[in-house]
Ligand binder design. Structure first.
Ligand code: M6R
Length: 608
């Protein structure tokens, strides 16, 4: 996820762009840049690091002259954060500058084609192909050029383009990535999100898919790809800026919960090509994979919980033994790791001190390392032998939700990839699983569409003192995450138990009205978990059952039931975790907790 701003008008563009980017920095903060047309050529200034670095370089924009420009704040996906990979990107001759938010999925193929025509690439980004293609196809008509380029591009984009040939306009277009247009007497704007322009104008057009807009000093024109003008109503924004930065949501956490269908789709879809899992950037060969006699997963907190799901899934699909350990334990207990061990480190931030140290300890012992990380270019990503990025975009809320969901998605991809490369699963079964994996985002969306059911249930329980979660196997792993979500943001005491374990002690804590959340989504274990549900109900518990749509029988026993769609057992955690995240969020919200800024906690734990 990146942030885009563009401005054409009567004011100097650079300060306007910097001000807009500052309000979009939540969308990406590993590098930033601006491109401004100064009457002769396009001047580009960009820099790795926070926006403040760029702003200092150009004295708040005062050093750059010109009244038309585009700016970008980057969240790296293709190519590590660096000055060169930062946007805007220029075409070969410097006549066109481009900013982009999204992922160009076929960029490698396009890049090779352009390189075969002698075009030189400076960056490792997918975006640079757009800048070169625009120049390559430009024959005097920028509209035709954009349509030609975009018909050749697969993936998602919000694009802003300025050119020396058409110095009095900005061209912008969107597909699957957000882009809005702002209008005012002093000029016109594009932006990834409303807050970027809120102190300049409150009148905006929301662009639809594949709409192309031409911004000039005195107005804007919007067309579809068939060159037909599109008439739109202006929307007047009356939110305050703070709410707008959260896209209208009250907290980043709920915004990020709601972003999960998109985040999972981004993580999965770009790795499935022609029905096969393609992990372009990992160097592990089928022979190396076969040679591993053990897989170790190391992580902390929610990433550890994702790893628990990963363990079950990897064991089931690859038939290799998988151990999981908390990174803070692993590093101090002389783990049995050899050069035949694959060690997988999982971390949203890629900076967690315990996970980094544990991974380096594994390397020292001769293991091959692979990391699953969200922040591109972070320490864990850089120091592991291979990295598979979760494409969740920046996660602001300290309580992780979308990054956790994307970690699950990467475990599914990895397990299916290993099964595919080692041919351990027959082709038909593998295809069925891949097809099912592609359906997860829409199934998650269907759960989010019923969020009010969970909100209502939360309204009955936000004053509870103790809440237990029970489940077996993959459901147990999800319970651990559900319990952590609830307690970290609502400060309600909560524990998760493997359902069969409760009666070995903790059942003594169940008394009249104690809430137990029972997750039962695995067909072959359903009856077993139901026996444990009956045990707690007999002792007075109130039970929220979370199960598949077909298991309506659970409603006869539980006080409240929440159904999630059917899927293959291994994918059920991606679905059953959603009502638990929502429950934690709504309980905390009803208690009036400061959800995005929990006491005692930081987003990135860089100390031991
Ligand atoms: O950045 P990491 O994924 O390595 O962080 C690990 C844990 O600190 C993290 O998952 C933490 O438990 C979550 N923020 C809880 O929601």
């Amino acid at each position: 996820m990146c942030g885009i701003v563009g401005y054409i008008g009567n004011e100097q563009a650079a300060p306007v762009l910097l001000d807009g980017l500052a309000r979009l920095e939540y969308r990406g903060y590993d590098s930033a840049g601006v491109a401004v047309y100064d009457g002769k050529e396009i001047e580009v200034v960009k820099s790795k690091g926070k926006l403040a670095v760029l702003s200092d370089m150009i004295h708040g924009g005062k050093d750059i002259k010109g009244t038309v420009g585009i700016g970008h704040t980057r969240w790296a996906t293709h190519g590590a954060p660096s000055d060169t990979n930062a946007h805007p990107h220029l075409s070969q001759s410097g006549r066109f500058a481009v900013v982009h938010n999204g992922i160009i999925e076929n960029y490698l193929e396009l890049k090779q084609r352009l390189m075969s025509k002698g075009i030189e690439f400076l960056s490792e980004t997918d975006t640079e192909v757009i800048a070169h293609m625009v120049e390559y196809y430009y024959k005097g008509d920028i509209f035709d050029t954009m349509v030609k380029v975009l018909n050749r591009v697969e993936g998602s984009y919000a694009l802003g383009v300025i050119s020396v040939d058409n110095p009095d306009e900005i061209v912008a277009v969107r597909k699957d990535s957000p882009l809005i247009v702002g209008t005012s007497e002093n000029g016109n704007f594009i932006a990834s999100d409303v807050p970027a322009i809120l102190n300049k104008t409150r009148d905006v057009y929301y662009l639809e898919e594949k709409e192309i807009v031409f911004l000039r000093r005195d107005g804007v024109e919007i067309y579809n790809f068939d060159r037909e003008p599109v008439k739109k109503d202006l929307t007047h924004i009356d939110w305050d800026a703070d709410a707008a930065e959260k896209g209208g949501y009250e907290h980043f956490m709920i915004k990020e919960i709601m972003e999960q269908p998109k985040a999972i789709a981004n993580t999965v879809e770009s790795r499935i090509k022609n029905g096969r899992i393609v992990l372009d950037n990992i160097t592990l060969t089928a022979e190396q994979i076969k040679s591993f006699d053990k897989i170790y997963i190391i992580a902390c907190g929610s990433a550890y919980h994702a790893g628990m799901v990963g363990k079950y899934v990897l064991e089931q699909l690859t038939r290799k033994p998988v151990e999981i350990d908390l990174a803070s334990e692993f590093r101090y207990r002389s783990p049995i790791v050899t050069d035949k061990t694959l060690v997988i480190a999982v971390s949203q931030s890629g900076e967690t001190a315990d996970t980094l140290a544990a991974m380096n300890e594994a390397k020292r012992l001769g293991a091959r390392t692979l990391s699953i990380v969200n922040v591109v270019g972070s320490a864990i990503a850089k120091q592991s032998d291979d990295v598979i990025y979760t494409l969740a975009g920046p996660e602001i809320a300290v309580a992780t939700t979308k990054a956790y969901s994307c970690q699950l998605a990467v475990f599914y991809l990895l397990a299916l990839y290993i099964a595919q490369e080692t041919k351990i699963i027959d082709c038909d079964k593998l295809n069925d699983m891949i097809n099912e994996l592609l359906l997860i985002p829409e199934k998650v969306q269907s759960i989010l569409d019923k969020k009010e059911d969970i909100q209502y249930f939360a309204s009955r329980h936000f004053a509870d003192k103790d809440i237990f979660f029970i489940g077996r196997n993959l459901d147990y792993a999800v319970c651990l995450e559900g319990s952590l979500k609830l307690k970290e943001i609502s400060y309600i005491h909560s524990e998760a138990y493997a359902a069969g374990e409760l009666k070995h002690g903790t059942i003594s804590l169940i008394e009249d009205g104690t809430l137990v959340v029972a997750v039962a989504t695995i067909d072959r274990l359903f009856e077993k978990t139901m026996s444990n549900v009956v045990e707690v109900i007999t002792r007075g518990a109130t039970v929220l059952g979370v199960t598949k749509e077909t298991k309506t029988i659970m409603a006869d026993t539980c006080n409240f039931i929440f159904y999630v769609p059917e899927s293959i057992d291994i994918f059920m955690p991606s679905l059953s975790v959603i009502p638990l995240q929502l429950f934690g969020y709504y309980v905390a919200s009803m208690k009036g907790c400061d959800i995005d800024k929990k006491r005692n906690l930081a987003k990135s734990v860089t100390v031991e």
